[in-house]
Design a protein around this ligand. Structure first.
Ligand code: GRG
Length: 309
């Protein structure tokens, strides 16, 4: 049976770990919290556009990683939930802006029309801006029972992750690289560690900070997150070639069409798959000292290379 209340999941500690139930249960918790975090207010049009994308589904991987890490480090789901929601608000706004005609120009996302296709480009830009600003407000005001010194670290990390040192920087290099045939592995790695890896790393590390983890644990978890982040992007590149529109919830084959440098274009599909698997093995090795308690993070790492969507 899928548990959907925060209390019963706080106590959960099963000897045989079932990732599907874990993901389902935590996705329901996150989606309930997201729905409550952003009520429809006036002007309704902008709140509607923000909620349209925020509540459009998706794997909710970033919030789930944050919750899982907070629990692993001895914190509670409640301590991490506002940050988990803020991470998903930031992720969602980056998808809205990424889909705009000025960027990747996509019509579908998460199996639904993209934000600008429904609300127009002007509102889609503002919905992204609104979600970005609200993410910070929400993390700062809704987090309870966490010392202010930890919360400040999380807010500062979020800021660095979205700015030119993170998502924005990665996206700029990605746009500049389109159509070029001489992209080096170093440039590709820069794009992906900034565009995709940075937010995944912050999801994991924020959970650890909120729980009060020590520097040594934060370093191990940070390495775990960097490895799964790069593996995640390699698999994303592979799926762009091998998966269908239905599986992806968006148009497949866009990377080839836009002549984007990807891992499969540099290394081929087989070597890319091997590299992703090696990164996942390295990530899992970082969790050795935590024993069975780290099973959710191990299983999520494995899921990243075996997923088909
Ligand atoms: C952050 C200020 C600010 C601006 C945005 C557009 C942009 C700058 C950055 C692009 C970031 C981007 C879209 C990276 C791709 C990340 C990625 C692999 C997304 C897919 O993630 P999944 O598979 O998606 O977790 P779901 O739908 O499951 O959440």
């Amino acid at each position: 049976m899928v548990k959907t209340d925060e209390k019963s999941l706080e106590q959960e500690q099963s000897p045989t770990f079932d990732l599907n139930s874990y993901l389902k249960e935590h996705k329901i918790l996150v989606e309930t919290a997201l729905d409550r975090s952003l009520p429809l207010e006036k002007p309704e049009k902008i709140y509607e556009a923000m909620r349209y994308s925020l509540l459009a589904g998706g794997k909710r991987l970033r919030p789930i990683l944050c919750l899982a890490t907070c629990k692993l480090m001895g914190g509670t789901l409640a301590m991490a939930m506002p940050t988990a929601c803020g991470l998903e608000m930031i992720h969602t706004m980056s998808l809205i802006h990424d889909d705009l005609p000025a960027m990747d120009n996509d019509d579908y996302r998460r199996g639904k029309l993209t934000n600008h296709k429904v609300y127009g480009e002007d509102i889609a830009i503002l919905a992204g801006d609104g979600l970005l600003a609200y993410a910070f407000e929400y993390v700062a005001t809704a987090t309870k029972d966490v010392p202010a010194s930890r919360l400040i670290q999380v807010v500062a990390r979020l800021g660095r992750t979205v700015g030119a040192a993170g998502l924005v920087g990665g996206q700029v290099l990605d746009l500049e690289s389109e159509g070029k045939t001489d992209i080096t592995p170093e440039t590709l790695s820069f794009i992906h560690t900034h565009k995709t890896g940075a937010l995944l790393e912050t999801s994991v590390v924020s959970g650890a900070i909120l729980a009060g983890a020590c520097e040594e644990d934060i370093a191990k978890l940070s390495k775990y997150a960097q490895d799964i982040g790069l593996a995640f992007q390699i698999v994303d590149d592979i799926l762009d070639i091998t998966a269908t529109d239905e599986q992806l919830g968006k148009t497949a084959g866009k990377d080839l069409q836009a002549q984007k440098a990807t891992y499969p274009s540099l290394w081929g599909l087989e070597k890319s798959q091997e590299q992703a698997q090696k990164l996942i093995d390295d990530a899992i090795a970082q969790l050795q000292s935590y024993g069975e308690k780290a099973e959710p993070l191990r299983a999520i790492a494995k899921f990243i290379v075996t997923r088909n969507h």
